[in-house]
Design a protein around this ligand. Structure first.
Ligand code: GLU
Length: 497
């Protein structure tokens, strides 16, 4: 069991190679939770050693995504910290020093094989139906000889000297011991000829130098897990607790999520990318809640969690390595729950940008009033302008035919509207409490149904067939505007008579 008293130092180590997706969001979250609940540190490290794959603006997007989710880091490239720098491209000399050490210790070696030669080796292996691997030519070189060639400036890389026989056992916190057959392990390149370290070396060195106690990361790193453990062992460093999280299944449940699936989801309006979720109307709390339950559970029934709940209840001992389903229906469900858990004030603040984007000038005072009556009706926040835009318009433009109630003629509908006008006009102001009883009484005397008469009023006052509760809406719109809108409806109806 995790000792809750020992502070964990964990890191989220994204490569700025594209948009931050739900997989990374979950990795970041679990690391954050462990740090916060143990009183440890959550470190942000930017792994940008692969210069060819860098995407402009991706680092900024990482910052924004984490902030949006509410995951503040304690050390990172933007805020510094005791283990600076936190961007791997600024740690080149550190990796070179450790790369040299690895060779000096005999755990790594210089390799001078040219790209041409390696291509030929691969071809030959393919012909023999072997999986591609380095054939070990330079492993046999005399180390002094190799060092001399390096000193003369000959182009070289550094490879890890993998054990050739027997097995390597590594321990994953979720899966227990994993045994790798050494004969299947390759002599990976750790340092490229341009002096840049590869991820495996850079991450291992940084995890050690930054005092990382738990490495919580995606399961795509399981195949090279033994390499990371062996690098630690070669240097005599204590290994962190390793946790490789579960893979994501496609929403259909059939097969693993791929990059292509993520793009397809986005095209279908159900994005896998964090930056899209805000504009699609999802709350960060809902994202946090949803991804937390992909591969972790508290018990077999609790499902509503806020970030502070999770800090308290999360446990790496309950992480589950079984593939996690991506269920967008569940996501909508969580979003609804979190929308309803917001206060009117909070919801009003959250709604502001959606109205702005829809080109509707929504004043805060009215937003706070409408928040409680639309809260129950929304699955995503972007629905608000359509649902409640009528509150902010000078006038509404109902579809004239929508004003004719089902089962009534235009003449009858006009009469219903006129009579309603008369009743409402007698009130000094409209509130839900004072308007509804006389209106119900009116409907009774008219002999039509509530649905018919209130339906006409709904279209008249809101301009739409579906709206928040009618009388509460009227109260917010205000008596004069309500009467003016009903008058317009009467005029429209009379034209159709
Ligand atoms: N830079 C790696 C990635 O983006 C980090 C993997 C790790 O956490 O070790 O997947």
């Amino acid at each position: 069991m995790t000792n809750r008293l020992s502070p964990a130092r964990v890191r989220f180590a994204p490569s700025p190679t594209g948009s931050i997706h739900l997989g990374s969001a979950r990795t970041a979250l679990f690391n954050y939770l462990l740090a916060r609940q143990t009183g440890g540190q959550f470190i942000l490290r930017i792994e940008d050693t692969d210069r060819k794959r860098l995407v402009e603006g991706a680092e900024q997007e990482i910052y924004e995504g984490l902030h949006w989710m509410g995951l503040q880091w304690d050390e990172g490239p933007d805020i510094g910290g005791p283990c600076e720098p936190y961007r791997q491209s600024e740690r080149k000399e550190i990796y070179q020093e450790y790369g040299r050490k690895l060779v000096e210790m005999g755990a790594g070696y210089y390799c001078f094989c040219t790209a041409d030669r390696l291509a030929k080796v691969r071809e030959e292996q393919q012909r023999r139906k072997e999986s591609p691997h380095y054939d070990g030519t330079c492993r046999l070189l005399d180390p002094d000889e190799a060092a001399k060639r390096v000193a003369t400036g000959e182009k070289h890389v550094i490879r890890f000297k993998m054990p050739r026989e027997g097995t390597t056992t590594v321990t994953d916190h979720l899966r227990g011991d994993i045994i790798f057959e050494n004969k299947h392990l390759d002599d990976y390149i750790l340092m490229k000829s341009d002096g840049f370290a590869l991820y495996h070396l850079a991450a291992s060195i940084d995890d050690h130098l930054m005092g990382i106690t738990h490495v919580i990361r995606g399961s795509e790193w399981l195949p090279t897990f033994s390499l990371h453990a062996l690098i630690h062992r070669a240097f005599g460093w204590q290994e962190p607790t390793w946790c490789h999280l579960s893979v994501f299944l496609k929403p259909s449940g059939k097969g693993k999520m791929s990059k292509r699936d993520a793009v397809e989801l986005r095209n279908d309006g159900n994005s896998f990318f964090l930056k899209d979720l805000e504009s699609l109307g999802y709350l960060p709390n809902a994202v946090v809640n949803w991804v937390a339950l992909m591969g972790w559970s508290f018990d077999d029934h609790s499902e509503f969690f806020t970030l502070p709940d999770l800090v308290e209840k999360f446990s790496i001992d309950k992480l589950n390595p079984a593939p996690a389903a991506i269920n967008f229906t569940k996501f909508d469900h969580f979003n609804g729950l979190h929308i309803r858990s917001l206060s009117a004030d909070e919801l009003a603040s959250r709604l502001v940008p959606y109205f702005e984007r829809a080109g509707i000038q929504a004043d805060r005072e009215t937003l706070v009033k409408i928040a409680p009556i639309i809260r129950e009706r929304m699955v995503t926040l972007d629905e608000a302008p359509e649902l409640a835009g009528f509150f902010f318009k000078a006038e509404v433009t109902p579809e004239p035919t929508d004003l004719i109630a089902k089962g009534l003629t235009a003449t009858q509908s006009a009469e219903a509207a006129r009579k309603s006008y008369e009743v409402l006009a007698t009130l000094p102001e409209i509130t839900a409490e004072n308007a509804e009883p006389p209106m119900r009484a009116l409907v009774e005397t008219l002999g039509w149904s509530l649905g018919q008469v209130f339906g006409i009023l709904r279209v008249a006052v809101t301009g739409q067939k579906v709206s928040p509760p009618l009388f509460e809406s009227m109260a917010i719109i205000g008596r004069d505007k309500v009467l003016a809108r009903i008058q317009t409806a009467i005029d429209l109806l009379e034209k159709m008579v």
